[in-house]
Ligand binder design. Structure first.
Ligand code: GLA
Length: 727
């Protein structure tokens, strides 16, 4: 029998108690504390749930007074608008972004939510709100991570009237920054092959909308934001509030500065083409909105969020296995896959220390190009006369796991599936069906399509020893019709599609607990905390050109953990016609989950030798990269030098990666100052080359952080990595 110590028992909350939230009954206030963060709200004299504080930790409850609404500003900005409501319904003269907007059966569109009740949860609290007249109930959930202070907010909107209602906006809630001006917004924008570009703009009066109307989270804007006070934060200093939505469909984050110097952020389902009918007794849950705060600049914001993701979002939690080194055949063979060709590549991959061999597109149906075959998930017997078994056994025999590419949500017009079920493709009747990459989306909001997806994937994984699926999704939506449902319900497709996608992934994972999955969408078109709950890794970008990748990865790392960031070494010349040395390409890719996507059939012997050495080095530092704390020391957005450093959680190892884009005028590379080390500790230096001059075998933390390193990076696209082991 397990024994639990009294000390542990004392920490366990009993029913109605919470480790992070408390209720100050005399002032009707709730205070949530976690990490270095306090979040407080209360009930005002009108019974509205009003925001009080979000920022650096407070220490004294007595400092907080009872909550009072903000008065009208003349007859034009009523108290409804000036009062920072946590979850305002659209009604009573509300001019800021509402958290929820509803049309009732009788035509009433006025919604005023008042506090009804609350319940403390072990890691947060639930607050129930109700309209002043109608039985429209909203349950807000606030969960705070005691370690990082990350807050998770979510809302459930329930129709308890006796008639249908239509929800026109369903947001997780509103977040408020301390009143003031001069805040700056950071977002991650881009396009195919150029994702997660860092964009910074001052927040001015009015709204700035970050959103996707494409059916998925999108390459164009990632559902993440950061806001810093005074536009002055840097990697190490400054107040930064940040957040992200956990949703893989149409999303919207509205950042607004009111005329009353109030910056507020509202996040949830996109209101574009949105209308969600709820019958009596039904409810709609919004996606979760995650939000954090730090006074330690963008660097600390990233580290907190990465840690939170690893602990609370990504499958398996903190002690999950390390990401294996992967080989993917796409750039080597494209659609021309067959058993002998893949076996030959697998043998070469095994030689350089690859642990997982992944066969990409082209293995199924009549898939010889992107014109045909999507939807027909049976092995192409011309290419694989013995099924997948022969190849998989060979790969396993070489000591590697086997992974496979699929694109389950799509169909080519030229496929048996489409010939059998043309109605399964997303469409409006009697309207053209727009194709992209010659393919259409299956309407996964339909139950039969959902069952078909689960069925073939389950069969594929049950019948073959498949350790990993690269789950692709190569287009955005068009003609989002759902003719089989009542016209009033057809817009639900935006939501139901995503819920069904999550259900298929959840069921598949539950039935095959060892299966690992990558979310890919022509690169980074579906990277968000909704999908990341269900996949081990994401494909960062189809652009694998190493210098572009440094910039894409710089953006990615603002929001997401390195463990999830799949990065391949590929051949040159690559995009932009650029050629960088193999070592440079390896070191760029080693800053996340390392993969190799090159055509190994063309590699000279010396490339194999270098690759083996570098893969071996990666295996010695990957725990630190994948699970450690990231310090961005020099940004590719700012100069020729890029440097990133990872420090293992317990501080035993630090790894530096440094890249020089282009040396000019014979100038030495800038000095690199390490961070996050123990000043008093001595570190053993592990070099992979001679870029760190001298032959010091040991250096102190103080030296590395204060004196810094003058690396001999020269010419164009030079690079190095150094590992430091604390003695
Ligand atoms: C997408 C992916 C690529 C590759 C191709 C296959 O573009 O991002 O990595 O898998 O599809 O068709």
């Amino acid at each position: 029998m397990k024994t639990v110590s009294l000390a542990v028992l004392a920490l366990l909350p009993v029913f109605g108690q919470s480790t992070v939230a408390r209720y100050l009954e005399d002032r009707k206030l709730w205070v949530l504390d976690g990490g270095n963060v306090t979040y407080a709200m209360g009930v005002n004299e009108r019974q509205e749930l009003q925001h009080v504080y979000w920022g650096k930790r407070l220490t004294r409850d007595a400092d907080l007074g009872a909550v009072r609404s903000t008065p009208d500003w003349a007859s034009f900005d009523l108290t409804t608008t000036t009062t920072p409501q946590e979850y305002p319904g659209w009604g009573a003269g509300l001019y800021v972004e509402p958290s929820v907007k509803v049309t009732f059966a009788d035509g009433n569109r006025d919604l005023v939510l008042h506090y009804a009740s609350h319940r403390l949860l072990a890691t947060g609290l639930e607050v129930a709100l109700k309209d002043i007249r109608y039985n429209l109930n909203v349950t807000l959930t606030y969960r705070m991570d005691p370690e990082t202070g990350l807050l998770q907010r979510q809302a459930r909107i329930a129709n308890n009237t006796d008639k249908d209602i239509v929800i026109e906006s369903a947001q997780a809630g509103a977040l408020y920054l301390p009143r003031g001006e001069g805040y700056r917004l950071t977002s991650l924008t881009g396009r195919w092959a150029g994702e997660t570009q860092i964009q910074r703009t001052l927040i001015r009066s009015g709204e700035q909308v970050l959103e996707s109307r494409r059916g998925s989270s999108s390459h164009q804007v990632n559902p993440w934001f950061a806001i810093d006070r005074g536009g002055k934060a840097d990697e190490d200093r400054g107040d930064v509030w940040f957040g992200a939505l956990g949703w893989s469909g149409n999303w919207r984050v509205t950042v607004e500065q009111t005329p009353h110097q109030q910056v507020r952020v509202t996040g949830g389902l996109n209101t574009f083409d949105f209308g969600y009918r709820l019958s009596p007794g039904q409810s709609l849950e919004t996606p979760p909105l995650y939000a954090g705060y730090t006074d330690g600049g963008f660097g600390e914001a990233s580290r907190l969020f990465h840690r939170y993701q690893r602990a609370h979002i990504m499958p398996g939690g903190l002690n999950v296995r390390l990401r294996p080194v992967l080989y993917n055949s796409w750039e080597a063979t494209e659609f021309a896959v067959d058993e002998p060709g893949q076996k030959a590549l697998a043998e070469k991959a095994a030689k350089i220390g690859v642990e997982r061999f992944v066969m990409d597109d082209g293995w199924f149906g009549a898939r010889n190009s992107d014109h045909a075959g999507l939807g027909d998930w049976t092995v192409n017997r011309k290419k694989f006369p013995n099924g997948l078994g022969g190849l998989i056994r060979h790969v396993n025999g070489l000591g590697m796991e086997f992974g496979l590419w699929v694109e389950p949500e799509m169909v080519n017009a030229d496929s048996d599936l489409y010939r059998a079920h043309p109605d399964w493709a997303m469409h409006f009747p009697n309207r053209p069906r727009t194709e992209a990459r010659n393919q259409m989306l299956l309407n996964l909001a339909r139950d039969d399509v959902k069952e078909y997806l689960f069925g073939f994937l389950d069969k594929l994984v049950s019948e073959n020893n498949i350790a990993f699926l690269k789950w692709d999704y190569n287009r955005n939506w068009s003609e989002p019709g759902w003719p089989e449902t009542a016209p009033a319900d057809q817009k639900k497709i935006w939501v139901q599609y995503v819920l069904n996608l999550y259900e298929v992934l959840d069921r598949l994972r539950a039935k095959h607990p060892k299966l690992e999955i990558e979310s890919c969408s022509g690169g980074g078109g579906r990277i968000d905390l909704g999908i990341m709950k269900r996949v081990e890794q994401v494909w960062t970008s189809d652009n694998t050109e190493a210098y572009d990748r440094l910039r894409i990865q710089e953006g990615f790392s603002q929001a997401y953990a390195a463990r999830a960031m799949m990065a391949w070494v590929t051949d040159v010349p690559n995009m932009n016609g650029r050629s960088t040395p193999l070592k440079y390409r390896f070191l760029v890719a080693m800053q996340g989950s390392l993969g190799i996507g090159a055509n190994l059939n063309k590699w000279p012997q010396e490339d194999f030798a270098l690759a083996s050495k570098l893969v071996d080095y990666y295996k010695g530092v990957r725990r630190t990269v994948q699970e450690g704390k990231l310090y961005r020391l020099a940004s590719p957005m700012e100069g020729d030098l890029t440097a990133n450093q990872y420090v293992s959680e317990e501080g035993k190892q630090a790894v530096l990666f440094a890249f020089l884009r282009s040396q000019q005028y014979g100038r030495p590379a800038p000095v690199i100052y390490l961070k996050g080390l123990d000043a008093n500790a001595v570190y053993r230096v592990r070099r992979i080359d001679d870029k760190l001059p001298g032959n010091a075998e040991r250096l102190s933390g103080a030296f590395l952080m204060n004196h810094g390193l003058q690396l001999q990076l020269k010419g164009d696209y030079d690079s190095t990595s150094i590992a430091f082991e604390r003695e």
